[in-house]
Design a protein around this ligand. Sequence first.
Ligand code: HEM
Length: 424
Amino acid sequence: MSQSPHLDQEVAPACDDVASSLSRQAVCPTGKSLESVAGILHWDPRSESVQRDQIASYDAMRQSCPLAQSPYGYTTVFGHADALRVIEDHETFSSAVSRYPSVPNGMDPPGHTPFRQLIEPYFNQAHMDAFEPDCRRIAAELVAALPRQASVELISEFAQIFALRIQCAWLGWPAALHEPLRLWTLKNQAATLSRDREAQEHVAQEFDQYIKDLLAARREAGAAAPDDITTHLLHNDSLGRPLTEEEITSILRNWTVGELGTIAASVGILAHYLAVHPDIQQHLRDNPADLPAAIDEILRIHAPLIMNRRLTTREVELAGHTLPAGTRMAVLWASANRDEAVFGDPDEFRLDRDPALNLLYGAGVHVCPGAPLARLELLAIMEALLSGTGWLALSTGQPPVKAIYPGSGFASLHVTVEPERPPT
Ligand code: HEM
């Protein structure tokens, strides 16, 4: 089993005695009484009050506590500068956070470097150009199939389907895998949330079996195997040797979770944003050239990926606190990207922000290699949504339901495609 960069979570370490060592009391703007350990506030990121509105809760925490400790043994980093400090110093803040191997996100340089060099070419411009027509065709088909002037639950009937179809098309996987993979994603999220190691092992093994079958079919077909990315990985010898089956499975699992979880969440967040910001929807209908910047900005405001983890390799000062070696860290993208110190009003939608400040795809040696693919896919679906519909509105009487951690975005989002912008 391995840990995906896109379904990272606060797993309680085996000897977690943080909760029992709580000492004094403090108060945070969530209105809750928070306890602190060695001066660091204590919170429960999984409490109902936080989960009711993750983004608002992280805002409240960030505004008074640069760091907070969870009962799961993690120290959460809320601010932009501190998050950057952590992710850009991979020697002090290691990504080897899991006891399970994970290629390449659970590795540190120098071991990380050759795997990173191996996967990056799959996301180069030539691959993106080759995939673009398929990507646009799938986006257009799904938009054309949306019901008109009737409510549709966009997450399960559109966003997740888009992510599944696009993932299978990109990797050369058969359509027969769409439904098993959809169910697998749900089981994987549930197992992650439950922190049930047995359930996590079980879903990981289920995924491994899909990959084993795909690889076996390609080996059997020999020269007649489809010329796709999965076959290419099987024959990739840029390490000076073929990848092991475990390495290929780990790489593909990380890509799959990136697509299925994060892209689906992004599509929901983007569609919701258009529906509740009619003037911005109108602007983007009139100025599609602004879409790339708008997509990154909307996903800065509302992160599709909540956090990733690190582990300190030595004692280190951060945000005025001394953290011992072995401290488990959670870098909260969903908070850092809304830091007032960098972005002013975090909810202000601006197309002229410095893209280098946006941590949507991370930074440092683990910066998302899939960003070119994600950007292509999100641009294709947004262009299709805007050019293929008259207007997108929230369905009346069916308010959106926010997703809970480790998910982000919306658990359900009812939207109606209208023929035109309704009069205000
Ligand atoms: C909107 C969609 C996406 C977002 C917001 C996103 C965000 C991120 C972030 C923040 C990281 C850094 C993690 C860390 O520092 O620990 C990351 C890493 C990664 N992402 Fe993505 N990602 C997206 C889509 C994708 C896609 C589509 C793929 C592949 C198909 C992908 C593959 C990866 C991999 C393999 C890593 C680990 C890289 C390494 O450790 O060197 N991502 N992603």
